[in-house]
Design a protein around this ligand. Structure first.
Ligand code: GLU
Length: 486
Protein backbone atom coordinates (compact mmCIF):
# COMPACT_ATOMS: atom_id res chain seq x y z
CA UNK A 1 0.00 0.00 0.00
CA UNK A 2 1.24 3.47 -0.84
CA UNK A 3 2.32 5.44 2.24
CA UNK A 4 0.18 8.47 2.88
CA UNK A 5 1.85 11.83 2.35
CA UNK A 6 2.64 13.25 5.76
CA UNK A 7 0.58 16.36 6.55
CA UNK A 8 0.75 18.30 9.80
CA UNK A 9 -0.90 21.50 10.89
CA UNK A 10 -0.34 24.34 13.24
CA UNK A 11 -3.76 25.44 14.46
CA UNK A 12 -3.45 28.52 16.65
CA UNK A 13 -6.31 30.44 18.13
CA UNK A 14 -5.59 34.11 17.49
CA UNK A 15 -5.70 35.13 21.13
CA UNK A 16 -2.33 36.85 21.60
CA UNK A 17 1.37 36.56 20.89
CA UNK A 18 3.07 33.29 20.05
CA UNK A 19 4.79 32.25 23.22
CA UNK A 20 7.52 29.65 23.39
CA UNK A 21 5.14 26.70 23.67
CA UNK A 22 3.22 27.80 20.58
CA UNK A 23 6.41 28.28 18.66
CA UNK A 24 7.60 24.82 19.63
CA UNK A 25 4.32 23.23 18.46
CA UNK A 26 4.58 25.02 15.13
CA UNK A 27 8.24 24.07 14.79
CA UNK A 28 7.77 20.37 15.60
CA UNK A 29 4.77 20.18 13.28
CA UNK A 30 6.86 21.75 10.56
CA UNK A 31 9.81 19.45 11.25
CA UNK A 32 7.72 16.29 11.35
CA UNK A 33 6.32 17.17 7.94
CA UNK A 34 9.59 18.35 6.40
CA UNK A 35 11.67 15.46 7.74
CA UNK A 36 9.36 13.16 5.79
CA UNK A 37 8.91 15.26 2.67
CA UNK A 38 5.39 16.27 3.72
CA UNK A 39 3.23 19.39 3.96
CA UNK A 40 2.84 21.83 6.80
CA UNK A 41 -0.47 23.66 7.04
CA UNK A 42 -1.54 26.75 8.94
CA UNK A 43 -5.14 26.80 10.13
CA UNK A 44 -6.58 29.63 12.17
CA UNK A 45 -8.96 28.41 14.86
CA UNK A 46 -11.19 31.36 15.59
CA UNK A 47 -14.42 29.65 16.55
CA UNK A 48 -14.34 31.11 20.02
CA UNK A 49 -15.18 34.59 18.86
CA UNK A 50 -15.18 36.01 22.37
CA UNK A 51 -11.45 35.31 22.85
CA UNK A 52 -10.21 36.86 19.63
CA UNK A 53 -7.54 39.52 19.96
CA UNK A 54 -7.11 42.11 17.26
CA UNK A 55 -3.80 41.88 15.44
CA UNK A 56 -3.11 38.37 16.72
CA UNK A 57 -3.33 36.77 13.27
CA UNK A 58 -0.74 39.20 11.92
CA UNK A 59 1.52 38.35 14.84
CA UNK A 60 1.24 34.67 13.95
CA UNK A 61 2.21 35.37 10.33
CA UNK A 62 5.08 37.61 11.37
CA UNK A 63 6.42 35.13 13.88
CA UNK A 64 6.31 32.18 11.52
CA UNK A 65 7.96 34.22 8.81
CA UNK A 66 10.75 35.48 11.03
CA UNK A 67 11.32 32.01 12.41
CA UNK A 68 11.52 30.62 8.88
CA UNK A 69 8.70 28.16 9.55
CA UNK A 70 6.99 28.41 6.22
CA UNK A 71 3.57 26.89 5.67
CA UNK A 72 2.69 25.19 2.41
CA UNK A 73 -1.02 25.91 2.80
CA UNK A 74 -2.86 28.48 4.83
CA UNK A 75 -5.20 31.48 4.75
CA UNK A 76 -2.64 33.72 3.07
CA UNK A 77 -1.09 31.25 0.63
CA UNK A 78 -4.17 29.16 -0.21
CA UNK A 79 -4.17 25.43 -0.93
CA UNK A 80 -6.52 22.67 -1.98
CA UNK A 81 -8.23 22.19 1.37
CA UNK A 82 -9.35 25.72 2.25
CA UNK A 83 -10.72 27.84 3.62
CA UNK A 84 -8.06 27.73 6.31
CA UNK A 85 -9.86 29.97 8.78
CA UNK A 86 -12.47 28.16 10.84
CA UNK A 87 -14.97 31.02 10.95
CA UNK A 88 -15.08 30.83 7.16
CA UNK A 89 -15.91 27.14 7.40
CA UNK A 90 -18.75 27.71 9.83
CA UNK A 91 -21.48 26.17 7.68
CA UNK A 92 -19.76 22.92 6.98
CA UNK A 93 -19.80 21.52 10.52
CA UNK A 94 -23.54 21.26 11.18
CA UNK A 95 -24.20 18.61 8.51
CA UNK A 96 -21.51 16.43 10.10
CA UNK A 97 -23.09 16.86 13.51
CA UNK A 98 -26.48 15.96 12.04
CA UNK A 99 -24.94 12.87 10.50
CA UNK A 100 -23.93 11.81 14.02
CA UNK A 101 -27.44 12.58 15.33
CA UNK A 102 -28.73 10.33 12.58
CA UNK A 103 -26.28 7.61 13.63
CA UNK A 104 -27.36 8.04 17.29
CA UNK A 105 -23.86 9.10 18.21
CA UNK A 106 -24.97 12.64 19.05
CA UNK A 107 -28.18 14.31 20.18
CA UNK A 108 -29.94 17.65 20.42
CA UNK A 109 -29.86 19.32 23.79
CA UNK A 110 -32.31 22.13 24.59
CA UNK A 111 -31.29 22.68 28.20
CA UNK A 112 -31.13 26.36 28.96
CA UNK A 113 -28.50 28.22 30.94
CA UNK A 114 -30.60 28.17 34.11
CA UNK A 115 -30.96 24.42 34.08
CA UNK A 116 -27.26 23.89 33.45
CA UNK A 117 -26.47 26.31 36.24
CA UNK A 118 -28.71 24.37 38.64
CA UNK A 119 -26.98 21.21 37.57
CA UNK A 120 -23.60 22.73 38.17
CA UNK A 121 -24.58 23.80 41.65
CA UNK A 122 -26.00 20.42 42.52
CA UNK A 123 -22.81 18.72 41.37
CA UNK A 124 -20.61 20.85 43.57
CA UNK A 125 -16.93 20.70 42.83
CA UNK A 126 -16.98 17.40 41.05
CA UNK A 127 -16.68 19.05 37.66
CA UNK A 128 -19.76 19.70 35.63
CA UNK A 129 -20.89 16.66 33.81
CA UNK A 130 -24.01 16.93 31.73
CA UNK A 131 -26.71 14.60 33.08
CA UNK A 132 -28.01 13.53 29.64
CA UNK A 133 -31.40 15.04 30.33
CA UNK A 134 -32.12 15.59 26.64
CA UNK A 135 -30.97 12.17 25.55
CA UNK A 136 -34.36 10.80 26.54
CA UNK A 137 -36.43 13.29 24.54
CA UNK A 138 -38.80 11.64 22.10
CA UNK A 139 -38.63 12.36 18.38
CA UNK A 140 -41.84 14.35 18.69
CA UNK A 141 -40.48 16.51 21.49
CA UNK A 142 -37.34 17.22 19.50
CA UNK A 143 -39.36 18.08 16.41
CA UNK A 144 -41.62 20.41 18.36
CA UNK A 145 -38.68 22.19 19.95
CA UNK A 146 -36.97 22.64 16.63
CA UNK A 147 -40.14 24.01 15.06
CA UNK A 148 -40.61 26.35 17.96
CA UNK A 149 -37.02 27.48 17.38
CA UNK A 150 -35.91 26.62 20.90
CA UNK A 151 -32.15 27.24 20.99
CA UNK A 152 -30.17 24.05 21.00
CA UNK A 153 -26.72 22.57 21.09
CA UNK A 154 -25.66 19.21 19.74
CA UNK A 155 -23.86 16.88 22.12
CA UNK A 156 -21.71 13.86 21.48
CA UNK A 157 -23.11 10.69 23.01
CA UNK A 158 -20.33 8.95 24.90
CA UNK A 159 -20.26 5.24 25.60
CA UNK A 160 -21.13 4.56 29.22
CA UNK A 161 -18.94 1.56 29.72
CA UNK A 162 -15.45 0.41 28.95
CA UNK A 163 -12.57 2.62 28.06
CA UNK A 164 -10.81 4.13 25.08
CA UNK A 165 -7.19 3.20 24.45
CA UNK A 166 -4.82 4.75 21.99
CA UNK A 167 -1.13 4.79 21.19
CA UNK A 168 0.39 8.19 21.59
CA UNK A 169 3.59 8.63 19.60
CA UNK A 170 5.30 10.17 22.62
CA UNK A 171 3.46 9.02 25.74
CA UNK A 172 2.78 5.45 24.63
CA UNK A 173 -0.45 3.63 25.47
CA UNK A 174 -3.08 5.89 27.00
CA UNK A 175 -6.31 4.50 28.42
CA UNK A 176 -9.17 6.66 29.57
CA UNK A 177 -12.32 5.12 31.11
CA UNK A 178 -15.51 6.19 29.34
CA UNK A 179 -16.99 7.20 32.66
CA UNK A 180 -14.65 10.19 32.53
CA UNK A 181 -15.93 11.38 29.20
CA UNK A 182 -18.66 13.98 29.19
CA UNK A 183 -21.27 14.29 26.48
CA UNK A 184 -19.42 17.25 25.11
CA UNK A 185 -20.97 19.94 22.97
CA UNK A 186 -20.17 19.69 19.28
CA UNK A 187 -22.26 22.58 17.93
CA UNK A 188 -22.93 25.58 20.14
CA UNK A 189 -26.20 27.50 20.26
CA UNK A 190 -24.66 30.25 18.11
CA UNK A 191 -24.21 27.66 15.37
CA UNK A 192 -20.42 27.61 15.73
CA UNK A 193 -18.72 24.29 16.29
CA UNK A 194 -16.70 23.84 19.48
CA UNK A 195 -12.97 23.41 19.19
CA UNK A 196 -13.48 19.80 20.22
CA UNK A 197 -15.61 19.13 17.16
CA UNK A 198 -14.04 21.43 14.59
CA UNK A 199 -10.52 20.10 15.11
CA UNK A 200 -11.63 16.59 14.17
CA UNK A 201 -13.64 17.61 11.13
CA UNK A 202 -10.92 19.91 9.87
CA UNK A 203 -8.07 17.52 10.51
CA UNK A 204 -9.97 14.89 8.56
CA UNK A 205 -10.95 17.18 5.68
CA UNK A 206 -7.44 18.59 5.47
CA UNK A 207 -6.01 15.06 5.40
CA UNK A 208 -3.85 15.65 8.45
CA UNK A 209 -1.82 12.52 9.23
CA UNK A 210 -0.10 13.63 12.46
CA UNK A 211 -1.88 15.71 15.07
CA UNK A 212 0.79 17.42 17.15
CA UNK A 213 -0.16 19.47 20.19
CA UNK A 214 0.50 20.09 23.86
CA UNK A 215 0.10 17.34 26.42
CA UNK A 216 -2.91 19.14 27.93
CA UNK A 217 -4.87 17.42 25.16
CA UNK A 218 -3.88 13.86 26.13
CA UNK A 219 -7.09 13.23 28.05
CA UNK A 220 -9.42 14.81 25.47
CA UNK A 221 -8.05 12.72 22.66
CA UNK A 222 -10.33 9.70 23.37
CA UNK A 223 -13.33 11.93 22.63
CA UNK A 224 -11.80 12.82 19.28
CA UNK A 225 -11.01 9.21 18.53
CA UNK A 226 -14.65 8.28 19.19
CA UNK A 227 -15.67 10.94 16.68
CA UNK A 228 -13.29 9.63 14.00
CA UNK A 229 -14.63 6.15 14.61
CA UNK A 230 -18.26 7.27 14.52
CA UNK A 231 -17.66 8.73 11.06
CA UNK A 232 -15.64 5.71 9.97
CA UNK A 233 -12.57 7.88 9.30
CA UNK A 234 -8.88 7.02 9.65
CA UNK A 235 -7.54 8.09 13.03
CA UNK A 236 -4.37 10.23 12.70
CA UNK A 237 -1.19 9.67 14.67
CA UNK A 238 -1.31 11.65 17.92
CA UNK A 239 1.90 13.31 19.03
CA UNK A 240 1.54 15.05 22.38
CA UNK A 241 4.36 17.35 23.38
CA UNK A 242 5.78 17.58 26.90
CA UNK A 243 5.03 20.56 29.05
CA UNK A 244 7.50 23.44 29.09
CA UNK A 245 8.18 24.74 32.56
CA UNK A 246 10.23 27.51 34.05
CA UNK A 247 13.02 26.70 36.42
CA UNK A 248 11.36 25.52 39.61
CA UNK A 249 8.76 23.57 37.66
CA UNK A 250 6.13 26.23 37.11
CA UNK A 251 4.28 26.34 33.83
CA UNK A 252 5.27 29.06 31.39
CA UNK A 253 2.47 31.50 30.96
CA UNK A 254 1.73 34.50 28.84
CA UNK A 255 -0.10 36.07 31.74
CA UNK A 256 2.96 35.93 33.95
CA UNK A 257 4.81 37.85 31.30
CA UNK A 258 6.91 34.96 30.06
CA UNK A 259 8.58 35.76 26.84
CA UNK A 260 6.94 35.38 23.50
CA UNK A 261 9.07 34.82 20.42
CA UNK A 262 8.66 38.46 19.44
CA UNK A 263 9.66 39.68 22.91
CA UNK A 264 12.88 37.73 22.61
CA UNK A 265 13.54 39.08 19.13
CA UNK A 266 12.99 42.59 20.44
CA UNK A 267 15.56 41.97 23.15
CA UNK A 268 18.05 41.09 20.49
CA UNK A 269 17.94 37.33 20.31
CA UNK A 270 18.48 36.04 16.78
CA UNK A 271 15.47 34.18 15.35
CA UNK A 272 17.70 31.28 14.22
CA UNK A 273 19.12 30.91 17.72
CA UNK A 274 15.67 30.93 19.32
CA UNK A 275 14.45 28.32 16.85
CA UNK A 276 17.51 26.16 17.51
CA UNK A 277 17.01 26.46 21.26
CA UNK A 278 13.28 25.74 21.09
CA UNK A 279 13.90 22.68 18.92
CA UNK A 280 15.90 21.17 21.78
CA UNK A 281 13.19 21.96 24.32
CA UNK A 282 11.72 18.48 24.38
CA UNK A 283 13.60 16.81 21.55
CA UNK A 284 17.09 15.32 21.46
CA UNK A 285 19.02 14.32 18.39
CA UNK A 286 20.71 10.93 18.26
CA UNK A 287 24.09 12.49 18.90
CA UNK A 288 24.88 15.26 21.34
CA UNK A 289 24.95 17.98 18.79
CA UNK A 290 23.43 21.27 19.84
CA UNK A 291 23.78 23.73 17.00
CA UNK A 292 21.35 23.17 14.14
CA UNK A 293 20.07 25.33 11.33
CA UNK A 294 16.40 24.91 10.46
CA UNK A 295 17.42 22.91 7.42
CA UNK A 296 19.61 20.63 9.53
CA UNK A 297 16.78 20.18 12.01
CA UNK A 298 14.47 19.16 9.21
CA UNK A 299 16.98 16.50 8.23
CA UNK A 300 17.63 15.21 11.75
CA UNK A 301 14.19 15.45 13.34
CA UNK A 302 12.57 12.24 14.43
CA UNK A 303 9.45 11.78 16.57
CA UNK A 304 11.21 9.11 18.60
CA UNK A 305 13.56 11.80 19.95
CA UNK A 306 10.70 13.70 21.62
CA UNK A 307 10.78 13.36 25.37
CA UNK A 308 7.87 12.68 27.71
CA UNK A 309 9.20 14.61 30.65
CA UNK A 310 8.66 18.33 30.99
CA UNK A 311 11.38 20.50 29.54
CA UNK A 312 12.74 23.43 31.46
CA UNK A 313 13.06 26.74 29.71
CA UNK A 314 16.56 27.73 30.69
CA UNK A 315 17.36 31.35 29.94
CA UNK A 316 21.08 30.77 30.57
CA UNK A 317 21.16 28.09 27.94
CA UNK A 318 19.33 30.30 25.47
CA UNK A 319 21.83 33.06 26.22
CA UNK A 320 24.69 30.69 25.59
CA UNK A 321 23.20 29.58 22.31
CA UNK A 322 22.41 33.08 21.16
CA UNK A 323 25.99 34.09 21.88
CA UNK A 324 27.24 31.21 19.78
CA UNK A 325 25.12 32.48 16.90
CA UNK A 326 26.22 36.08 17.42
CA UNK A 327 29.90 35.13 17.42
CA UNK A 328 29.43 33.45 14.08
CA UNK A 329 27.98 36.56 12.45
CA UNK A 330 30.31 38.34 10.09
CA UNK A 331 31.48 41.70 11.34
CA UNK A 332 29.27 43.70 8.99
CA UNK A 333 26.06 41.98 10.00
CA UNK A 334 26.94 42.18 13.66
CA UNK A 335 27.62 45.89 13.26
CA UNK A 336 24.35 46.48 11.40
CA UNK A 337 22.39 44.68 14.09
CA UNK A 338 24.22 46.51 16.87
CA UNK A 339 23.70 50.01 15.46
CA UNK A 340 20.16 50.57 16.78
CA UNK A 341 21.42 49.59 20.22
CA UNK A 342 24.34 52.00 20.00
CA UNK A 343 21.86 54.68 19.11
CA UNK A 344 19.69 53.75 22.06
CA UNK A 345 22.71 53.84 24.35
CA UNK A 346 23.57 57.36 23.23
CA UNK A 347 26.79 56.44 21.41
CA UNK A 348 25.59 58.36 18.35
CA UNK A 349 26.14 61.56 20.30
CA UNK A 350 29.84 60.82 20.80
CA UNK A 351 32.78 60.72 18.40
CA UNK A 352 33.50 57.13 19.29
CA UNK A 353 34.36 54.89 16.37
CA UNK A 354 31.44 52.47 16.42
CA UNK A 355 33.07 49.85 14.23
CA UNK A 356 35.79 49.52 16.87
CA UNK A 357 33.10 49.05 19.52
CA UNK A 358 31.59 46.26 17.46
CA UNK A 359 34.93 44.49 17.26
CA UNK A 360 35.12 44.49 21.05
CA UNK A 361 31.51 43.44 21.57
CA UNK A 362 31.04 40.63 19.08
CA UNK A 363 32.70 38.09 21.36
CA UNK A 364 30.87 39.19 24.48
CA UNK A 365 27.27 39.97 23.70
CA UNK A 366 24.74 37.30 24.61
CA UNK A 367 21.79 39.32 23.32
CA UNK A 368 21.75 42.82 21.91
CA UNK A 369 19.73 44.40 24.68
CA UNK A 370 22.83 44.02 26.85
CA UNK A 371 24.72 46.53 24.74
CA UNK A 372 23.58 49.82 26.31
CA UNK A 373 24.65 48.63 29.72
CA UNK A 374 27.95 47.33 28.40
CA UNK A 375 28.88 50.62 26.77
CA UNK A 376 27.33 53.18 29.10
CA UNK A 377 30.72 54.06 30.60
CA UNK A 378 32.00 55.12 27.18
CA UNK A 379 29.42 57.87 27.06
CA UNK A 380 29.76 59.08 30.57
CA UNK A 381 32.18 58.14 33.30
CA UNK A 382 30.30 56.90 36.38
CA UNK A 383 31.14 59.71 38.80
CA UNK A 384 30.84 57.89 42.05
CA UNK A 385 32.19 54.44 41.26
CA UNK A 386 33.54 52.54 44.21
CA UNK A 387 37.23 53.30 44.70
CA UNK A 388 37.74 49.94 46.36
CA UNK A 389 37.68 48.55 42.85
CA UNK A 390 41.31 49.61 42.54
CA UNK A 391 42.27 46.97 45.06
CA UNK A 392 42.74 43.65 43.27
CA UNK A 393 44.49 40.75 44.91
CA UNK A 394 45.56 38.96 41.75
CA UNK A 395 46.72 42.15 40.06
CA UNK A 396 48.61 43.06 43.25
CA UNK A 397 47.07 46.47 43.43
CA UNK A 398 45.69 48.34 46.42
CA UNK A 399 43.80 51.59 46.68
CA UNK A 400 47.02 53.15 47.98
CA UNK A 401 49.56 51.86 45.46
CA UNK A 402 47.21 52.65 42.59
CA UNK A 403 47.90 56.36 43.04
CA UNK A 404 51.55 55.99 42.12
CA UNK A 405 50.81 53.57 39.27
CA UNK A 406 48.28 55.98 37.83
CA UNK A 407 50.60 58.95 38.09
CA UNK A 408 53.33 57.05 36.25
CA UNK A 409 50.88 55.93 33.58
CA UNK A 410 49.62 59.44 33.13
CA UNK A 411 53.16 60.66 32.61
CA UNK A 412 53.73 58.01 29.99
CA UNK A 413 50.52 58.74 28.10
CA UNK A 414 50.66 62.55 28.07
CA UNK A 415 53.36 62.89 25.42
CA UNK A 416 51.71 60.52 22.89
CA UNK A 417 50.94 62.35 19.67
CA UNK A 418 49.56 59.62 17.52
CA UNK A 419 46.92 58.13 19.88
CA UNK A 420 46.05 54.56 18.96
CA UNK A 421 45.96 51.10 20.49
CA UNK A 422 49.60 50.40 19.59
CA UNK A 423 51.06 53.66 20.91
CA UNK A 424 49.00 53.39 24.11
CA UNK A 425 50.13 49.81 24.59
CA UNK A 426 53.73 50.77 23.98
CA UNK A 427 53.62 53.61 26.51
CA UNK A 428 51.96 51.54 29.24
CA UNK A 429 54.14 48.46 28.71
CA UNK A 430 57.25 50.64 28.81
CA UNK A 431 56.02 51.90 32.18
CA UNK A 432 55.63 48.31 33.41
CA UNK A 433 59.24 47.65 32.36
CA UNK A 434 60.61 50.86 33.77
CA UNK A 435 59.00 50.31 37.17
CA UNK A 436 59.68 46.59 37.18
CA UNK A 437 56.06 45.85 38.15
CA UNK A 438 53.48 43.35 36.94
CA UNK A 439 51.37 44.21 33.87
CA UNK A 440 48.24 44.20 36.01
CA UNK A 441 49.62 46.79 38.36
CA UNK A 442 49.52 49.34 35.56
CA UNK A 443 46.66 48.02 33.44
CA UNK A 444 44.16 47.40 36.22
CA UNK A 445 44.33 50.89 37.74
CA UNK A 446 44.25 52.51 34.29
CA UNK A 447 41.25 50.55 33.15
CA UNK A 448 39.41 51.17 36.41
CA UNK A 449 40.24 54.85 36.31
CA UNK A 450 38.88 55.32 32.80
CA UNK A 451 35.85 53.04 32.99
CA UNK A 452 34.76 52.95 36.62
CA UNK A 453 33.76 49.36 35.95
CA UNK A 454 34.97 45.99 37.03
CA UNK A 455 34.27 44.40 33.71
CA UNK A 456 34.37 46.06 30.32
CA UNK A 457 34.45 45.01 26.71
CA UNK A 458 38.12 45.40 25.83
CA UNK A 459 41.03 46.21 28.11
CA UNK A 460 42.85 49.41 29.02
CA UNK A 461 44.45 49.95 25.57
CA UNK A 462 41.24 49.52 23.62
CA UNK A 463 39.16 51.65 25.95
CA UNK A 464 41.71 54.44 26.03
CA UNK A 465 41.81 54.32 22.25
CA UNK A 466 38.01 54.53 21.98
CA UNK A 467 37.76 57.41 24.42
CA UNK A 468 40.51 59.44 22.77
CA UNK A 469 43.45 61.10 24.42
CA UNK A 470 41.73 64.05 26.01
CA UNK A 471 38.92 62.08 27.61
CA UNK A 472 41.27 59.32 28.80
CA UNK A 473 43.65 61.68 30.49
CA UNK A 474 40.86 63.71 32.02
CA UNK A 475 39.27 60.56 33.49
CA UNK A 476 42.62 59.48 34.91
CA UNK A 477 43.15 62.87 36.53
CA UNK A 478 39.68 62.92 38.06
CA UNK A 479 40.18 59.43 39.45
CA UNK A 480 43.51 60.45 40.88
CA UNK A 481 41.95 63.42 42.66
CA UNK A 482 39.29 61.16 44.14
CA UNK A 483 41.90 58.63 45.27
CA UNK A 484 44.05 61.31 46.85
CA UNK A 485 41.11 62.79 48.67
CA UNK A 486 40.26 59.53 50.36
N1 GLU B 1 -6.53 26.11 18.68
C1 GLU B 1 -5.92 25.22 19.61
C2 GLU B 1 -4.98 26.01 20.50
O1 GLU B 1 -4.56 27.09 20.13
C3 GLU B 1 -5.15 24.19 18.82
C4 GLU B 1 -4.82 22.96 19.51
C5 GLU B 1 -4.51 21.92 18.43
O2 GLU B 1 -3.38 21.94 17.90
O3 GLU B 1 -5.40 21.17 18.05
O4 GLU B 1 -4.66 25.57 21.58
Amino acid sequence: MKEKRVRTRYAPSPTGSMHIGNLRSALYEYLIAKSQGGDFILRIEDTDQSRLVEGAIEKIYDTLKLAGIQHDEGPDVGGDYGPYVQSQRKDLYLPYALELVEKKQAYYCFCDKERLEELRKSQGHEGVKYDRHCLSLSDEEIKANLEAKVPFVIRQKMPQEGSVTYEDAVFGTITVPCSELEDQILIKSDGFPTYNFANVIDDHLMKITHVVRGSEYVSSTPKYILLYEAFGWDVPVFVHLPLITKEGGRKMSKREGDASFMDLVEKGYLPEAIVNYVALLGWSPRDNREIFSLQELAEAFDISGISKSPSVFDMEKLNWMNREYIRKLDMDSFHAKALPWYEKAGLYETNIDLSKVSKLLIERVEYFEQIPEMVDFLIKMPEDYDLNMFAHKKMKTTVENSVGFLEESLKALEPIEDWNVQTIEQALMDTVQRLGVKNGQILWPVRTAISGKQSTPGGAFEIADLLGKEETLSRMRISLIRLKNL
